[in-house]
Design a protein around this ligand. Structure first.
Ligand SMILES: [Mg+2]
Length: 431
């Protein structure tokens, strides 16, 4: 058996000296702390713990209406209770495509339900009209948007922020990395682009893309990855914290080769090295490398997250708060990751998503040392009071009840409903 950090950790843990031995393991600066072997029983117990902690809501909060609204390029969901309470959520840019799923398959389930039963309702909507057959981003994004709005409503009614409702506040500022999100650049252009992002935000951590994206080992440009990795360390110096995202580009041998280059420059995060649904390949890479491997942004199944955590397919789990169906489901993933010693660093695709990521980080004890940020403080940050600010490479978590929007009515002024021509639920085709 090849000697690796993971094998060493497992062997020593079984021998009963894991805690002491694991503390001796050299890890890159800022990397997640060591992991622990964990059983399914422990993970199931962690996931089954109630997430929602509602104060002072003793009477049912019956949902009367849920509307999808559009204003400019933004989509919103507004939920109203029978008693006139309101909650609002903000899309991250996918409702232009998914609105029929939201309006026809998600909204009808929630009408007449008690908002306080949100945890159970998430399973209910999954079963409703055989929605489970559509499990994936197209189904869970609409559910997330409705969940965010209902949580905002509950938070405003109970005078609790999202973080207070979802586990309690453990931090009020969140260190972030700026993510480039580009592959159309030469290595030199990429460094220039990243420097611009760092200059603008004061970020102390960066993420760039390697490989060609789902590319079967092809690079985005010939030689781009091999040049970019060493160049990034040279250009930014020893203190910059470096993340890399392969977006499912490699088979294990190539992923390990690139991973070794990242280890050489002391990068701390290697995301989706292999096709995201190939757990076997990803585990081979994570077992071979000391750099933490991250996985999970495409995942939609709690059982598969559980399997990945128990089997240490990756070192960092990354549910996307929209793609995975909202804050509650993602908090359950973090609850499973914690006893295994794994960090949860949520994925976000941009837009308004960073705001929900801030709330998630505010109540999740074991997040990764850096959370993702692309852009948005300068626009969406103004919707809060006080406005969200970047201070010394960190962003402030919104204050106030629920999501924390300063004036939802003003933000929604001029928004128009997005309605379908046929709003009756799709036929149940189970069988
Ligand atoms: Mg990614």
């Amino acid at each position: 058996m090849k000697f690796t950090r993971r094998n060493f950790l497992r062997t020593t843990a079984v021998a009963g000296v894991g805690a002491a031995a694991s503390s001796l393991l050299a890890k890159p600066t800022g990397s997640p702390s060591g992991s622990h072997p964990v059983t399914d029983e422990v993970l199931e117990r962690a996931a089954a713990q109630p997430v929602l902690q509602l104060k002072s809501l003793n009477d049912p909060v019956i949902i009367e209406s849920i509307e999808l609204l559009r204003k400019g390029k933004d989509h919103f969901v507004r939920v109203r209770s029978q008693d006139g309470a309101e909650g609002v959520s903000v899309d991250d840019g996918r409702m232009e495509i998914f609105h029929p799923i939201l309006n026809q398959l998600v909204v009808p389930y929630f009408i007449g339900k008690d908002a306080r039963d949100m945890e159970a309702n998430l399973f209910g909507v999954y079963r409703y009209q055989s929605n489970y057959k559509m499990q994936g981003l197209a189904f869970w994004c609409p559910v997330a948007l409705v969940e965010f709005a209902i949580l905002d409503l509950l938070g405003r009614m109970s005078n609790q922020s999202l973080g207070e409702m979802l586990g309690g506040i453990v931090r009020t500022t969140v260190p972030f990395y700026v993510a480039s999100g580009r592959r159309d650049t030469t290595p030199d252009q990429e460094i220039d682009y990243l420097k611009g992002l760092v200059e603008k935000t004061g970020a102390k951590a960066i993420k760039y893309r390697v490989g060609g994206r789902m590319s079967r080992n092809q690079d985005a440009l010939p030689g781009r990855t091999d040049k970019l990795i060493p160049l990034s360390r040279k250009a930014f110096g020893d203190k910059m914290v470096i993340h890399a995202d392969a977006n499912s580009s490699y088979d294990p041998p190539e992923a390990i080769r690139v991973g070794r280059m990242l280890e050489d420059i002391k990068a701390i995060h290697y995301e989706e090295p292999c096709p995201f649904d190939n757990f076997d390949a990803t585990k081979k890479v994570a077992d071979a490398l000391s750099i933490p491997v991250a996985l999970g942004e495409q995942e939609s199944s709690p059982w598969r997250f559980q399997w990945c955590i128990r089997n240490r397919v990756a070192d960092v789990v990354q549910p996307d708060l929209y793609y995975y169906g909202g804050l509650i489901r993602s908090r359950r993933v973090a609850r499973m990751a914690e006893p295994a010693g794994l960090a949860t660093t949520v994925h976000l695709s941009g837009g308004f998503g960073f705001v929900y990521a801030l709330h998630f980080a505010s109540c999740t004890p074991k997040i990764g040392p850096w959370q993702e940020y692309k852009k948005g403080v300068e626009t969406y940050g103004q919707w809060f009071n006080p406005p969200l600010r970047i201070v010394d490479g960190t962003i402030t978590v919104p204050k106030g009840p629920g999501l924390g929007l300063a004036d939802p009515k003003e933000i929604l002024k001029g928004a128009t409903p997005v309605q379908e021509t046929g709003t009756s639920p799709a036929p149940d085709t189970s069988g």
